[in-house]
Design a binder for this molecule. Structure first.
Ligand code: ADP
Length: 272
């Protein structure tokens, strides 16, 4: 059994994060087939006694597909309004995916302040525990409609890591549009090799981001992704420091979750 399959087998409480490029098939619309397939696999996990929290990006993309006439508006108010529209679409898509399994979902929208204020943190933790104990799948996103730049968490890799720590998860799985961490950016280097296990994040970061002495890096995000590989490495560092391992894998692969669990899928395990 490989490291990833072992991590999944052992974990009872798992946070899954979906990046926006993963949730949308290249056409900028939510990929409802992918969501439905994930919900089926998640249901099998729940039946095995595992617990699940989802961190889902994609509000802005979903908003854009609904309000395409706002396509070129870069103004912050429009972008926040877009997220407000898109968040409804996003949650509708998740609800549609989980309904056939008879599973309820719940929406939790957070800002950076929620993680710095002790009372809010405690409330959030209690809410998460209550939802999950009742068999409901919480779906977390940043509350982009109220978060201006200065108070933003900024990217959902960080939000996912913070949520995993807050909920005392056993494992964080980042589903991205890439099969895992490569030794260099696979979009620019055809000979890039997938790293299966990472124990030393500092060393992995240096090589993966092509960081030079001047600090220039090569770890960019996709059109709708805000993080790129750097925020994924930051997330790994954060959770691993709390003893929580992380897996980075491609969420768009067929039966992605099942194949990671049975050892046939590819990915990178960041070991705690
Ligand atoms: P998401 O929307 O899932 O958060 P991002 O687009 O933000 O995804 O980040 C993933 C992207 O990071 C990959 O598609 C890839 O182009 C880029 N990337 C840069 N360097 C690397 C690397 N060393 N290994 C893997 N991906 C990398």
């Amino acid at each position: 059994m490989n490291a990833i399959a072992k991590l999944i087998l052992k974990a009872r409480k798992i946070v899954f994060k979906f990046g926006s490029n993963t949730l949308t098939g290249g056409d900028g619309r939510i990929n409802s087939t992918l969501l439905a397939e994930f919900a089926e696999q998640a249901d099998a996990f729940l039946k095995q006694g595992k617990q699940i929290v989802i961190v889902s990006s994609g509000a802005q993309v979903a908003g854009l597909s609904a309000m395409d006439r706002w396509d070129r508006k870069r103004d912050i108010h429009y972008r926040q309004a877009l997220c407000a529209v898109g968040q409804v679409k996003l949650m509708n898509a998740w609800e549609k995916a989980f309904t056939p399994q008879g599973i309820h979902i719940a929406q939790i929208l957070l800002t950076r302040d929620d993680f710095t204020d002790n009372t809010r943190t405690l409330n959030m933790r209690n809410t998460l525990f209550t939802l999950v104990d009742e068999g409901i799948v919480p779906i977390i996103n940043e509350n982009d409609s109220v978060s201006v730049e200065e108070i933003k968490i900024g990217d959902n890799d960080t939000l996912a890591a913070q949520s995993a720590i807050l909920w005392s998860a056993d494992l964080l799985v980042l589903f991205s549009d890439i099969d895992g961490l490569y030794d260099k950016n696979p979009r620019n280097h055809a000979d890039a090799q997938l790293t299966e296990e990472v124990r030393d994040i500092t060393a992995a970061r240096r090589s993966a981001t092509g960081e030079t002495a001047g600090g220039e890096a090569d770890g960019g995000a996709g059109e709708f992704g805000t993080g790129g590989i750097i925020t994924k490495l930051d997330a790994a560092e954060r959770v691993v420091s709390y003893g929580i391992p992380m897996i980075l894998a491609h969420g768009g692969r067929k039966r992605a979750l099942e194949s990671l669990a049975d050892g046939t899928g590819q990915g990178t395990a960041f070991l705690a």
